[in-house]
Design a protein around this ligand. Structure first.
Ligand SMILES: NC(=O)c1ccc[n+]([C@@H]2O[C@H](COP(=O)([O-])OP(=O)(O)OC[C@H]3O[C@@H](n4cnc5c(N)ncnc54)[C@H](OP(=O)(O)O)[C@@H]3O)[C@@H](O)[C@H]2O)c1
Length: 281
């Protein structure tokens, strides 16, 4: 089986590359240089010429702050280009595995968000990601949409790497304590996706995948510093004290029941995965 991976140099894409080592499937790893997904003709050509069976889309516009001023550019990548991938998948009869986000939700209340919960994004990034989901579901292609949240790993720009760096430079950090979510180690998500491909577990639909458990950004930062042996003081603060262009949902805990039930795969707790990642650094 041939699997096209787009955005393969991003943080999730790089863990997919690791997870696929030793696979008997043929993975074609591409990033913008090899395959610009905003080029409709190039996408269609690639998928047909390479006789792709599965498209795993790890490419995205992920800068939540910048998206507020560049919603058009974000839409081009997170929606229009996703529609190109969906069309190419439909034409070829391939499966599109697409990664989406908890930011499609408003996330105001305390209830667990399931795949049936009503999406209502409150920022530009969330709007463009939801538009991408809608274009896939309307396209008629075979698809899995996997919504994840608070993704981190050893590569790229993410919260864990920022806290590890800032805690070296500053004796005291202030981190917001009123946004709750579930951190997700990109390596866990990558392994789960590759395991599903290897097992040919291609059940279609929308699924939620984050690590188990929940915390605020402040609790997350405290745990990062503790595990890394940093003596930095981490103080909690409120979102209003932290000026940002994009509104952030207050509470986006995704229910993982459907993913676990469908794919029969346990999901690690965020504390265990964070320890694994920091120990490996
Ligand atoms: N990061 C999070 O906290 C988070 C949370 C929830 C969901 N997600 C979703 O998870 C997925 C993976 O996120 P990530 O953090 O791994 O993203 P990332 O690190 O920003 O990687 C995205 C990759 O896409 C590439 N790319 C950009 N424009 C492209 C184009 N026109 N054609 C082909 N590739 C292009 C980027 O290349 P350049 O570096 O050259 O731009 C980069 O390698 C995304 O769908 C994201 O929305 C992320």
């Amino acid at each position: 089986m041939k699997i096209l991976v787009t955005g393969a140099q991003g943080q999730l894409g790089r863990y997919v590359q690791q997870a696929a080592i030793g696979s008997e499937d043929r993975y074609l790893f591409t990033d913008r240089e090899e395959l610009d997904i905003t080029d409709r003709a190039a996408v269609a050509r690639f998928v047909q010429a390479e006789a792709v069976d599965v498209i795993l889309n790890c490419a995205a516009y992920t800068d939540v702050e910048r998206a507020e001023e560049q919603e058009r550019e974000a839409y081009r990548l997170n929606a229009e280009a996703v529609e190109y991938l969906a069309s190419a998948a439909r034409e070829r009869g391939a499966l599109l595995i697409h990664i989406s986000t908890d930011y499609v939700f408003m996330g105001g209340c305390c209830a667990l968000l399931t795949e049936q919960s009503h999406p209502q994004p409150i920022n530009a990034y969330g709007r463009t990601k939801l538009a991408g989901e809608e274009l896939i579901t309307q396209s008629g292609c075979h698809f899995q949409i996997i919504r994840t949240a608070w993704l981190y790993g050893a590569y790229g720009k993410n919260f864990v790497r920022t806290i590890l760096q800032r805690s070296l430079e500053q004796p005291k950090l202030r981190v917001v304590n009123d946004q709750i979510g579930s951190p997700t180690f990109a390596g866990d998500l990558a392994e789960a996706i590759v395991a599903n491909i290897t097992a040919r577990n291609f059940t279609e639909g929308i699924f939620h995948y984050t690590n188990l458990g929940e915390c605020s950004w402040w609790e997350f930062a405290v745990e990062i510093c503790r595990l890394a042996g940093r003596t930095t003081t981490v103080e909690p603060c409120r979102s209003e004290e932290y000026p940002s262009r994009a509104k952030r949902p207050a509470n986006t805990i995704l229910s993982k029941d459907k993913f676990i039930r469908t794919f029969q795969r346990p999901i690690p707790h965020w504390r265990d995965s964070l320890k694994k990642m920091i120990d490996a650094l």
